[in-house]
Design a protein around this ligand. Sequence first.
Ligand code: AGP
Length: 608
Amino acid sequence: MCGIVGFTGRRDAAPILLDGLSKLEYRGYDSAGVAVGGQSGIQMVKTSGVIKNLKEKTHDGMDLPGHSGIGHTRWATHGAPTDLNAHPHMSNNEKFAIVHNGIIENYAVLREELKEKGFIFKSETDTEVIVHLLDFYYTGDFKTTVMKTVARLEGSYALGVICADFPGHLFAVREAGPLILGVGVDEHYFASDVTALISHTKNVIYLEDGQFAQLTPDGISLYDSTGAAIEAPVTRVVWDIEAAEKGGYEHFMLKEIMEQPSALKATIEPRIKQGEIVLDEFSLSEEDLQNINKIIITACGSAYYAGCQGKYAIEELCRIPVEIDLASELRYRNPLVDDKTLLIVVSQSGETADTIAAMKECKDRGAKILAIVNVVGSTISKLADHVIYTWAGPEIAVATTKGYSTQVAVLDLFAVYLAKRLGRIDDARYQELMDCIRQFPALVQRAIDLNPNLMQLAEQYHNKENVFFIGRYNDYAACLEGSLKLKEISYIHSEAYAAGELKHGTIALIEEGRLVIALCCYERLFDKMMSNIKEVKARGACVLGVALEGNREIFKEADDVIAVPRTEPIFNALAEIIPLQLFSYYVAKENGCDIDKPKNLAKSVTVE
Ligand code: AGP
């Protein structure tokens, strides 16, 4: 995933572009660049490395005078992160410059065609074909040139284009990649994400797939894929710039861990009214609902692990089968899906390529699609039949925390809502479960406060290798997410394992000093977990037990204990993941890792 920005107005563009790129750096940070239209044509500076390098190279943009321009921060897909492969890309005659987020699937064919026409390629990227197409189709009309160029592209793209002959004009084009327009006063913007716009304006237009926008200081003109003028609503963004800043925390991840109570409040409160769960966004009719004979949950990474938790909750409360499938698998397994299938798609960014592909595959086969997503106007939110937003606010850290916990909360809400609609639970149970969910913000706040020893535990265990997370039932779902958190920010290899599976081979890996984190919150199986703990301790493991507060038994076997506040057992994962997030954070800090921007990772994987 990459980040693109554009500005046109009466102020110098370069400092504004650089600031916008800084806000998008979580989307990709292996190279960056800006191009500004000035009196002497387009000036461009780009560099491998982080935005800071670009700021230094351009003296904070002072070296690039001009009132309109485009910028890009990259997560490399085609071609290594080098100065030449960084965006923007410029045409040979230096008349056009472009920035691109997405993938041009037919770039190889276009590249050969353009080379035969004499165009000289400087980079290894797929993107560069676009700027040479602009040059090829240029007849003096900017809009026509952009439309002819885009008509040749296959794949996904959020594009920003400037032309030396049209100072002050920007073109923005969206096809399966987020692109938002900012409406200012005598200045206008585009960006991949609202976080790059919010310090200038809260008035935004979410471009739809196939739409073009022409931005000048005086206004924005919108066109559909035929070139016909169209209108689009201006939306007011509800959160402030502080939401996208660190707010005094050392890392975005820690800030977002601490924000979880308020994020959950925003997720839950609008959906419990007058003693009822109200999911207006889920408008499946009674007939359609009765017609559903299969639920599939699909997602990637942590969103998938939230889905695993959702499977336990829906099956337990609704007594209907729920399949859970990695989107990267579902999309290729010729899925058994039809109009009686409800597909629940979970995604924080709403831009994950595999998840989008799996969603389209199932939609083509007739499935009803419910999306649980955080980013408003994202591709997944637009493709779905029904959308339940998690309202977590912007999540900047690559490692998701509030994104995950609000996904779990929505899935728990949905499970109770569906169980009631299907008549699987009576009113008393419905109210009891609803009260539990209403308490989630306080539950998570207590989970944050309950373990002052987490930093000390991190110091104790930060240099462990090959850690095991073990658990049973929905503790196992929490193990999956806890293990990923540790891996992706501290680079310590860990595995999440169903505790009952250990003896089927993996226990061979347990040896003196191996750290085993045993999640024992599902108390119906506590004795089984205690047996597993004894098994691994007998082979030299050290055990960090995770158990409900007040449980004294765990102290008989575990070397150290993390306490988790009590709630309805089916909702345990929401509470027990909190100390695991913090433990991973402190371990990564102890190991000096780049917590908000872990190596090789991007906030949203918009490529296969
Ligand atoms: C989680 O910490 C990772 N950043 C990653 O696994 C992420 O959950 C996954 O890529 C899915 O992203 P999405 O929720 O935006 O679709």
